[in-house]
Design a protein around this ligand. Structure first.
Ligand code: NDP
Length: 247
């Protein structure tokens, strides 16, 4: 076990699967105590058991990030239990792709509430602690936060919002020692696509990704590691990662 984050505490949302779960593993392996948050708490317990067996300290948080009061409680519980907060990884998200025309607008509501407001609530609740620890906020945005595309307008709206919020935040806090990092992955092999409700869009994506070598969750977790273990005078503002096969 390496120890670049020994004595530090990281809170990771959406840690019950995919990128968040991989990030919890990587940060725990760097010595951080990790608070892992998501709605599927059974999965978090499995992760906790796995990480504790390696000597890591793990705090499980059952959390829906769209519930602001629950977000505040989760941050408070993390600091009370683990003593501090150094790294917030805002990873929880949903990607409900489909055309604007005829869209089920409840998909938009879910994406804005989770990807945007959830991330903003988490940042707001964590910021006093991050200012105290001179910590870092890592936003798991997306290629969709930089490049808009057909069939992704609602998701694009949510991830462009993440990037705009994060740049404004960066300017507000960077001179007080808090680092704001935005990570923008292309296609990663996770459960994310399973939740798409627009059947033709889901089928088209499955067909497209079957032809490429997708990124793996660990690839993104390693980018998080790079950013949060960089020396404190250096902020990795943005990391844009595409699969080699994705033009
Ligand atoms: P997964 O579906 O595997 O993970 C999503 C995570 O978010 C789950 O742990 C889920 O946990 C959690 N989550 C969803 N809604 C909520 C909520 N309301 N409250 C708390 N947690 C929630 O997908 P990924 O790992 O791929 O996604 C992680 C992030 O990466 C997302 O923000 C996504 O937009 C982004 N991303 C993914 C890409 C990809 O191709 N996979 C590409 C670019 C960005 P639970 O259901 O247990 O609450």
């Amino acid at each position: 076990m390496t120890s670049a984050l020994q004595g530090k505490v990281a809170l990771i949302t959406g840690a019950s699967s995919g990128i968040g779960e991989a990030t919890a593993r990587v940060l725990a392996a760097e010595g951080a105590a990790v608070a892992v948050a998501a709605r599927r708490v059974d999965r978090l317990h499995v992760l906790r058991d796995e990480l504790e067996a390696t000597g890591a300290t793990v705090h499980v948080l059952e959390l829906d990030v769209t519930d602001e009061r629950a977000v505040q409680d989760a941050v408070r519980s993390t600091v009370e239990t683990l003593g501090r907060l150094d790294v917030l990884v805002n990873n929880a998200g949903v990607m409900l792709l489909g055309p604007v025309e005829g869209a089920d607008t409840t998909d938009w509501t879910r994406m804005i509430n989770t990807n945007v407001l959830g991330l903003m609530y988490m940042t707001h609740a964590a910021l006093p602690h991050l200012l105290k620890s001179q910590g870092a906020v890592v936003q798991i945005s997306s290629i969709a936060g930089r490049v808009a595309g057909r069939g992704a307008a609602g998701y694009n709206a949510s991830k462009f919002a993440v990037n705009g919020f994060s740049e404004g935040l960066r300017q507000e806090v960077t001179e007080r020692g808090v680092r704001v990092v935005v990570i923008e992955p292309g296609t990663v092999e996770t459960e994310l696509r399973e939740h798409i409700t627009h059947a033709p869009t889901k089928a088209a994506i499955e067909e497209r990704v079957a032809k490429i070598r997708q990124l793996q969750s660990t690839d993104i977790a390693e980018a998080v590691r790079y950013a949060v273990t960089a020396p404190s005078h250096m902020t990795v503002n943005e990391i844009f990662i595409r699969p080699t096969d994705q033009a």
